[in-house]
Ligand binder design. Structure first.
Ligand code: DAH
Length: 354
């Protein structure tokens, strides 16, 4: 600010006064135009218009000028002061406005961006298929029954005609809680519990968890079964075949073909295992069905008179059929899952596919 520093208490020649005013105006207006924040702007206000400011000092000089030119310079100085004042005001509005629009921009929502979706939960495939099976049977008039997962030896084995120390116990590896208490190895004990408390006719379905000490790609220590049974006067193996055909065709498709293979279970006589024809090779044999053309799906049979005797039913009057199906096995065959452990590792990428 050279022009200002030239000021002195002596009378200043008009030409210098004029140059000073022009120089102060040029420099101050440029500085105001360049400032970008309110603190900087306040600094300039003090620098030019404050008590010790440049323009204030200039006005003081004016008062020293001879009377004939004093009014003229006073007017010029005041005009300069007003122009700086105006420039400061205008700049202040611009800075305020740009600050506001910058913060608005920062808060703005870009409505063209894709939304943030929350991951959606789903029903576990085992529960889903288990529910599906129950619905098929309830639509045929079956009722749903429940039983405990910690079961006595008697319900789990003896009453189902599987005596202690009999080789038929070897069919089912067992978790023992005590000598007489086990984790149920199948849902069949629900047959006994229901029959003990109710008289025929009975049409029951019972889904639930069962336990066996096995762990490989087709066995899990905990898995799911659905037990089904019917007791009435005149129930035949033909009824069993009809019910299972309808059930399996609903699950695997209308053109599903069944095969009943003679088998043995202590609680049914006669007993059978049911296979469905392999849907991939249609019976000619492929890798999925171990080249047999068939896939084993469930066990069944006519309820053994010894079981009826254990619950006090008259086996000359009543007959019945029963079956037990593994839910994991159904889901694996229906969806082509090759390792049972996928169901319990709960990797969402696996579960999401159902
Ligand atoms: N409880 C048998 C098992 O877990 C399955 C079964 C077979 C159940 C035949 C039945 C039946 O009701 O009649 O291996």
């Amino acid at each position: 600010m050279m022009a200002v520093s030239n000021l002195s208490s002596d009378v200043i020649p008009d030409s210098v006064m004029k140059a000073n005013i022009a120089e102060i105006e040029r420099v101050s207006l440029r500085e105001v135009a360049d400032v970008t924040d309110m603190a900087g702007l306040q600094g300039l206000r003090l620098k030019y218009l404050g008590r010790k400011g440049v323009v204030t000092a200039l006005l003081r000089e004016v008062s020293q000028q001879p009377p004939e030119s004093r009014a003229q310079w006073g007017k010029s100085c005041n005009e300069l002061k007003n122009r700086i004042e105006t420039a400061l005001e205008e700049r202040s509005s611009v800075i305020l406005a740009s600050g506001a629009s910058a913060s608005l921009l920062k808060q703005a929502i870009d409505v063209t961006l894709p939304g943030r979706t929350l991951p959606r939960g789903g029903i576990h495939p085992i529960v889903k298929v288990s529910n599906e099976i129950c619905t098929i049977f309830t639509s045929m008039g079956f009722s749903i029954a429940d039983g405990p997962e910690v079961e006595t030896d008697s319900y789990n084995f003896s009453s189902l005609n599987i005596p202690k120390d009999h080789s038929s116990r070897d069919m089912q590896d067992t978790f023992y809680v005590t000598d007489d208490v086990v984790l149920r190895t199948h849902t069949s004990p629900v047959q006994i519990r229901v029959m003990e408390g109710t008289n025929p006719p009975l049409r029951i379905i019972s889904p639930g968890r069962v336990y066996r000490p096995d762990w490989d790609i087709t066995h899990s220590p905990m898995f799911h079964q659905i037990e089904g049974f019917v007791v009435d006067i005149g129930v035949t193996f033909g009824d069993l075949k009809g019910v299972l055909l309808l059930f399996l065709q609903k699950i695997f498709g209308e053109d599903t073909i069944l095969r009943f293979r003679p088998s043995f279970f202590p609680f049914t006589e006669p007993s059978a295992e049911v296979d469905i024809q392999c849907g991939i090779c249609h019976g000619s044999g492929c890798r999925s069905c171990s080249h047999s053309g068939w896939l084993e799906i469930l066990g069944c049979g006519m309820i053994d008179p010894a079981v009826f005797a254990n619950v006090g039913y008259d086996y000359d009057k009543f007959s019945g059929f029963a079956f037990g199906v593994g839910v994991e096995r159904v889901v694996m065959l229906k969806y082509g899952v090759s390792d049972i452990r996928h169901f319990f590792e709960n990797d969402v990428r696996f579960l999401e596919q159902f």
